[in-house]
Design a binder for this molecule. Structure first.
Ligand SMILES: Nc1nc2c(ncn2[C@@H]2O[C@H](COP(=O)(O)OP(=O)(O)OP(=O)(O)O)[C@@H](O)[C@H]2O)c(=O)[nH]1
Length: 195
């Protein structure tokens, strides 16, 4: 699979465009993952994000798709600002760091009140999985993802470039199929039966 940074706002004709929002606790690895995906290099220093957007093109089933990926601030101070990025999102990427039990618990907290994030569908993914075996078992992550209604659960390591593309590839696939389901729902809701 190939992914490339794109400039400009409008997707060219025939190219689908989807909005992906990346959410998770401060310091749980969102920016590192996105930087490895976008630039191919792991950032060695940690700078807390405010809000950043990347526009990346990738192929899904042989077709080009533009991903508008919003990297949100994980720090609690931004709890009130973060929801401004949810409208029009096609998929929510919700992550936790396997070395941080708090960030694991906060995945459930983020899909309920008071931080309620209403974006659907949701994909949960675990970061820093190099340290996985000592901290968290895959079935714990899968069970938690199921409990928050996620459609997929993945594990990745930005440092090792492990499964990074798979996270965004899955996001694009899920976003496209959800958009086409919503499209057909809107069309069929517009029908009425005359008897
Ligand atoms: N060992 C290891 N460390 C990682 C990995 N991914 C991220 N980190 C480290 O985790 C720290 C935080 O990473 P960021 O990607 O900036 O975290 P963030 O979720 O964007 O944080 P906020 O911007 O505060 O929301 C940094 O020190 C990274 O080097 C990984 O796969 N392995």
């Amino acid at each position: 699979m190939t992914a490339a940074q794109v400039s400009g706002e409008e997707a060219p004709p025939g190219v689908c465009s989807v909005k992906v929002v990346l959410v998770g606790d401060g310091g749980c690895g969102k920016t590192s993952l996105l930087t490895v995906f976008a630039d191919g290099a792991f950032p060695e220093s940690y700078t807390p994000t405010v809000f950043e957007r990347h526009l990346i093109s990738l192929q899904v089933k042989g077709k080009p798709v533009h991903l508008h990926i919003w990297d949100t601030a994980g720090q609690d101070d931004y709890d009130r600002l973060r929801p401004l990025f949810y409208p029009d999102a096609s998929v929510l990427l919700l992550c936790f760091d396997v070395t941080s039990p708090n960030s694991f618990d906060n995945v459930s907290a983020r899909v309920g009140p008071p931080r309620f994030c209403w974006v659907q569908p949701v994909i949960v993914f675990a970061t820093t999985t190099t340290l996985m075996a000592t901290v968290l078992r895959t079935d714990h992550g899968q069970e938690m993802a199921r409990s928050v209604g996620a459609v997929a659960y993945l594990e990745c390591s930005a440092r090792l470039h492990d499964n990074v593309h798979a996270v965004f590839q899955e996001a694009a696939k899920v976003a496209l199929s959800s958009r086409s389901r919503n499209f057909w729902r809107q069309i069929t809701q517009g029908f009425c039966v005359v008897t």
